[in-house]
Structure formats: structure tokens, C-alpha cells
Design a protein around this ligand. Structure first.
Ligand code: ADP
Length: 159
């Protein structure tokens, strides 16, 4: 059984993330969406909230589950016995950052392969941070996140 770890901040989860997770679930036996609890960037949702939003979004998909983790991603990969780590790729800035991170991860855990999956064209310009900016000013986010995520965002931003 091959387990793939799909790690990220997921603050909050978007259709771009879910597209990568579901496509990955068709290739590997199990996908674990790993929610990193202390990213260096500013975070809007707590770890528990980010996990709960993903849980609801993946309801009914039997081979995707979600788990929060702390410290190094490669250690979490080892703990859950993941042979593969999945990252999503959008434009070239993603590539440079992901390349750098993949090499560092490989140094730490040579047995874990990092695979990058290309985004679907409709999510090419979608990032949690830009989407949060749009939401903050009452922008249209309906096509970008599931309904329950849009509701949680509006509550959090009091709009
Ligand atoms: P991180 O803080 O680890 O970059 P994110 O939650 O922003 O976490 O993203 C997690 C992963 O999902 C990253 O590999 C990122 O490149 C990818 N990703 C984010 N948005 C999209 C998208 N619209 N399409 C494809 N991949 C995406």
C-alpha cells in the first residue's frame, strides 16, 4: 500500500488544493493531507479549524484523510509511512520554491520521493492568500472554495 502525504498550510483549503488531493487519490492507495500547524506566514484559521474545513471538504472520499502535524514534514512522512510527498505546482515562482524545498527534504529523508503535480488550468491563479485578500474586501470567492469554507471565511472576517 502506497501512502502519499500532501502537506501544506491549507489556510483555508481551496478548490486548487482539493483538485491536487483528489487527483492524487486516483494514483495512490491513500492520501494524507498534512496540516502544518506552525507555518512561518500569517495564519487566519487555527490548526483545528483548518483540519475541520478539510474534513468536511473530503467527506465521502474514502482514501483521503487529514491530520495535523508539527515540526519537520519529512518526520511526519516517516511516521505515517508515506513513501511519497505531493506538492502542487502553479506558475514558475512555485517551481523555484518547490525545487528548493524538495532538495532540502531529500537531504533529510532520501527515502521519501517528492512529486509535483501540475495545477488544473482553472486553478492556476488561485492561492489561499490572494483568495483571503479578495474575501476581506467582500470579493467573489464562490468558485474558489467550497461553500462551507466561504461561510467560515466570512464569519472569521466578520463580513
Ligand atoms: P504551503 O504553505 O506549504 O505552501 P499551501 O497551503 O499554500 O501550503 O499549499 C500547499 C500545496 O498546495 C503547495 O504545494 C502549493 O503549491 C499547492 N497549491 C496551492 N494552491 C494551489 C493551486 N491553486 N493549484 C495547485 N496547487 C496548489
Amino acid at each position: 500500500m502506497t501512502i502519499a502525504l500532501y502537506p501544506g498550510s491549507f489556510d483555508p483549503v481551496t478548490y486548487g488544493h482539493l483538485d491536487i488531493a483528489t487527483r492524487t487519490s486516483k494514483v495512490f492507495d491513500e492520501v494524507v493531507m498534512g496540516v502544518f500547524d506552525t507555518p512561518s506566514k500569517n495564519i487566519l484559521f487555527t490548526t483545528e479549524e483548518r483540519v475541520a474545513l478539510i474534513e468536511k471538504a473530503i467527506e465521502g472520499i474514502p482514501n483521503i484523510r487529514v491530520e495535523a502535524y508539527t515540526k519537520m514534514t519529512v518526520d511526519f512522512a516517516r511516521r505515517i509511512n508515506a513513501k511519497v510527498m505531493i506538492r502542487g505546482l502553479r506558475m514558475s515562482p512555485d517551481f523555484e520554491r518547490e525545487f528548493e524545498m524538495a532538495l532540502m527534504n531529500k537531504k533529510q529523508a532520501p527515502e521519501v520521493e517528492v512529486l509535483c503535480m501540475m495545477t488544473s488550468v482553472q486553478y492556476q491563479f488561485l492561492s489561499s492568500s490572494l483568495m483571503k485578500e479578495a474575501a476581506k474586501y467582500g470579493g467573489y470567492i464562490e468558485d474558489l472554495v467550497p461553500e462551507h469554507v466561504a461561510t467560515a471565511l466570512r464569519q472569521k472576517l466578520s463580513i
